[in-house]
Design a protein around this ligand. Structure first.
Ligand SMILES: Nc1ncnc2c1ncn2[C@@H]1O[C@H](COP(=O)(O)OP(=O)(O)OP(=O)(O)O)[C@@H](O)[C@H]1O
Ligand SMILES: [Mg+2]
Length: 245
């Protein structure tokens, strides 16, 4: 583990939670109590707009990961200002995490994969020496992603991902689970926002459900997401009736 907790120092907390991002329940909770990480792999799940991206983006910024979706220790397109939450969020690190965070940039390992810029990342770094040998420009979207993941998951670093499943098939998602699990077992840490029941099932992952309630730990079996998928796959008509009638 590299990061144990994310929090907002008392002096940085706003007096009222009336403006964004504090209007998002999970952010208000983070401001009040912080958010602890208990396992090498943390999965954040929850409805659209529940605040997952707001959280992971700020966490990535807290570890000084490139918020355009790049690799730590290497600066190529990090020209945007921090997000409002990233501005005030602090990370409580383990000794190893702390050495990575405060040491020279080259010692910082890991990366931030943003859902919206993931494809841009592929283009930015394809062909850049030292990332991967394969030419990703001749691969399909999903193939390229898996190649990038495989190559970038080399170090025991801090990996923040926002919906990495977007381009991936069922089988590719399984491969990504394998990669993440291996990475988590090697001393790296992953924080991943996802809508995928496959990724959420990564063995040993701590699953945090984000929503109106703020955040809560939920077992995979008891996730709303999993329940919906189970029912839908068993009988799509149950859901589609409400949509098409
Ligand atoms: N820059 C911004 N200014 C104001 N509100 C914002 C901003 N960015 C996001 N929001 C709002 O904050 C809330 C949380 O958004 P966020 O993108 O974190 O959700 P999410 O859980 O990642 O959703 P999704 O599953 O659709 O990716 C939403 O209501 C969104 O409209
Ligand atoms: Mg999001």
């Amino acid at each position: 583990m590299l990061v144990r907790r994310a929090y907002i120092p008392e002096a940085q907390r706003p007096e009222s939670f009336g403006t964004w991002p504090y209007t998002v329940p999970c952010v208000a909770e983070l401001a009040e109590r912080g958010l602890t990480f208990t396992a090498p792999v943390t999965m954040l799940v929850g409805e659209n707009g529940s605040g997952k991206s707001t959280l992971v983006e700020a966490i990535a910024e807290g570890f000084k990961l490139d918020s355009h979706g790049g690799r730590a220790g290497r600066k190529y397109v990090n020209d945007r200002p921090k997000t409002p939450l990233g501005d005030v969020l602090k990370l409580e690190t383990t000794p190893i995490g702390s050495r990575m965070l405060t040491g020279p940039r080259s010692r910082r390992k890991g990366f931030f994969l943003r859902a919206e810029t993931a494809f841009g990342l592929l283009n930015t770094v394809s062909g850049v020496y030292g990332y991967w040998d394969e030419d990703t420009s001749t691969m399909s979207h999903g193939e390229g992603f898996l190649t990038v993941f495989g190559a970038m998951f080399r170090d025991r670093g801090f990996y923040v991902m926002d919906e990495p499943e977007a381009a991936l098939s069922f089988e590719s998602c399984l491969k990504l689970v394998g990669l993440m699990h291996e990475l988590g077992s090697s001393g790296a840490q992953i924080i991943c926002a996802t809508h995928s029941p496959i990724l959420a099932a990564t063995p040993g992952a701590d699953i945090i459900e984000v929503g109106e309630h703020g955040t809560r730990r939920v077992k995979w079996n008891e996730l709303d997401l999993v329940d919906h998928w189970r029912r839908y796959l068993a009988d799509p008509g149950l859901y589609l009736r409400h949509i098409t009638e």
